[in-house]
Design a binder for this molecule. Structure first.
Ligand code: NAP
Ligand code: MG
Length: 496
């Protein structure tokens, strides 16, 4: 199927997989033959159809993954590494097409040079460094050591907001450790994951090592943690779904990690360099139309600079250009109607709750916006910490400003939600930077940095309801292994 919705310079035809999913070596429809439409969120036109799978398809994928497991586990680590490096090379060679595919399904403008190859190479570099330790023993006739072994068949479920990066995070690390995997991408953005799986086969990843089953969360998704022969799970998505996944895992005693949402504070002190802070904060909440788990959605600012900061944030937000991803714009639409209703509902809640709309607050008008799920970047001032727009993850381009008087109050407000994913501090005072880095309850703290960008190999994950477990770091491959202690005793006592 050719994508008709936009005049673009790059063709995604070679990577677009229509109506099929990957189970073992076969690209197959769902067992029932049912499909789901994938649409372009900028205009609601059809991009492709994907199989609407259920437990039977997941079961077939588990079978394929089980068959592939022994040989993949026993492939020497250097060879496994070189296959994954080759996959990264193919991703690099196809970077423009992949970026375009992801733009179409997510509805975002291009993110520029792709980081996916570097992300996968970081993982590939760990494959031959999965090591155990030697253990002291009670007597010289015994030696002891640990082995790091894969779990076997593992499962993952990922969201739609950054499907390429999410797919590589889970699949890359899991197969690097020698597991084979069944992964379900989100129904809204499955095309980039399918394309990445195709490139994996081209790179020499053996059939059955990666299985991509598409479908709805409640059908194909729910079948993954419910499957008794899937031995470990990685989930990225909302806290509500995370809870369901954990319940299902509890029934099967399956270990898991959860990467959930955030309500990340941006704490701005009076001495902050606003020339740096303001553009970064606006970019942080409008990138991907605010649909980023790490988005800094609450500005907690010292009252002495409150008015100036609000003026400058509003001016910067008004520079954001909104439109279809293939136009020269900085912000696209939201992903789907549900998100559109959700974000507009939160904007209404903010108004009703007594917060002041400084800029935005509705939907943009004009031919450009047609049928798409477009909303305006929106700045709320005079938000109180207990308002729903200050507590709940909106997952849209909505920024709330809360003024505070002291560092203690700033810490209390910043930490005063159920979430704990990311927190940023804007200051030039190293004392404040040190104290805040320790005081903030978040898995990632950025000082003069909006989303923790610029770090390679930083472990990523949440405190509190933002989840547990860490991906992306040097332990990300080890997390997909289990430890075996071996003690080995000589049949005869050594002679000295
Ligand atoms: P979601 O509804 O939880 O969906 C995430 C994934 O789970 C999708 O693939 C979804 O499938 C699937 N799913 C839904 N119900 C399921 C069930 N009962 N059993 C198994 N799987 C099920 O989240 P979302 O609204 O799409 O994504 C946004 C959320 O993800 C936000 O809260 C965001 O903060 C979070 N997120 C976190 C990170 C992080 O690293 N911490 C990164 C990105 C996003 P379908 O959608 O196809 O039905
Ligand atoms: Mg879509």
């Amino acid at each position: 199927m050719t994508i008709t919705s936009a005049s673009t310079s790059t063709s995604t035809d070679s990577l677009l997989i229509d109506g099929r999913q990957l189970i073992g070596r076969e690209w197959v429809p769902s067992a029932t033959g049912r499909t789901i439409d994938v649409i372009n969120p900028a205009n609601r036109e059809l991009l492709a159809r994907i199989p609407r799978s259920d437990a039977a398809d997941v079961d077939a994928a588990v079978e394929a993954a089980e068959q592939a497991f022994p040989a993949w586990r026993d492939t020497n680590a250097s060879v496994r590494a070189s296959i994954i490096f080759r996959w990264a090379d193919l991703i690099e060679q196809n970077a423009d097409e992949l970026d375009q595919l992801e733009s179409q399904e997510v509805g975002r403008p291009s993110w520029g040079p792709s980081r996916l190859p570097a992300q996968l190479r970081f993982i590939a570099g760990q494959v031959d460094k999965v090591q155990g330790v030697s253990l002291p023993t009670y007597s010289p006739d015994t030696i002891g050591f640990t082995l790091r072994e894969p779990y076997g068949v593992v499962g993952a479920i990922i969201p739609w907001n950054a499907p390429g990066a999410m797919f590589l995070n889970e699949v890359g690390a899991a197969i690097a450790a020698g597991n084979t995997i069944v992964i379900k991408p989100a129904e809204d953005a499955p095309l980039t994951p399918l394309a990445l799986a195709k490139l994996a086969l081209d790179a020499g990843v053996p059939a059955g090592v990666i299985n991509v089953v598409t479908g709805y969360g409640s059908e194909a998704g729910a079948a993954i943690p419910a499957h008794p022969r899937i031995r470990r799970i990685g989930f990225t998505g909302s806290p509500a779904t995370g809870s369901l996944i954990m319940e299902a895992c509890a029934r099967n005693l399956t270990p898991l990690h959860l990467e959930l949402g955030g309500k990340s504070p941006q704490v701005v002190f009076a001495d902050a360099d606003l020339d740096a802070a303001v553009p970064a904060m606006v970019a942080g909440i409008t990138l991907n139309t605010g649909q980023i788990c790490a988005a800094g959605s609450r500005v907690v600012v010292m009252r002495s600079i409150h008015a100036e900061l609000v003026d400058r944030l509003a001016a910067e937000m008004q520079k954001v250009t909104v439109g279809p991803w293939h136009q020269p714009v900085t912000m696209g639409p939201l992903i789907n109607e549900k998100q559109y209703d959700r974000v507009l509902n939160y904007i209404e809640l903010g108004k009703q709750g007594g917060a002041d709309v400084v800029t935005g607050g509705g939907v943009p008008q004009g031919d450009l916006y047609g049928n798409g799920f477009f909303v305006q970047p929106t700045l709320f001032d005079n938000v109180s910490p207990d308002m729903r727009i200050a507590q709940e993850e909106i997952f849209g381009p909505v920024l709330s400003v809360i003024a505070v008087d002291t560092e203690e109050e700033a810490i209390a407000v910043a930490n005063g939600t159920d979430y704990g994913l990311v927190a940023s501090v804007w200051t030039q005072d190293v004392g404040i930077a040190v104290r805040m880095s320790r005081a903030l309850n978040a898995g990632q703290v950025g000082v003069n940095n909006a989303i923790g960008a610029g770090v390679i190999g930083g472990p990523f994950g949440g405190y509190k309801n933002s989840g547990f477990g860490r991906t992306m770091g040097a332990d990300s491959v080890l997390n997909w292994t289990q430890v075996k202690t071996v003690s080995m005793r000589s049949a005869t006592l050594p002679q000295f």
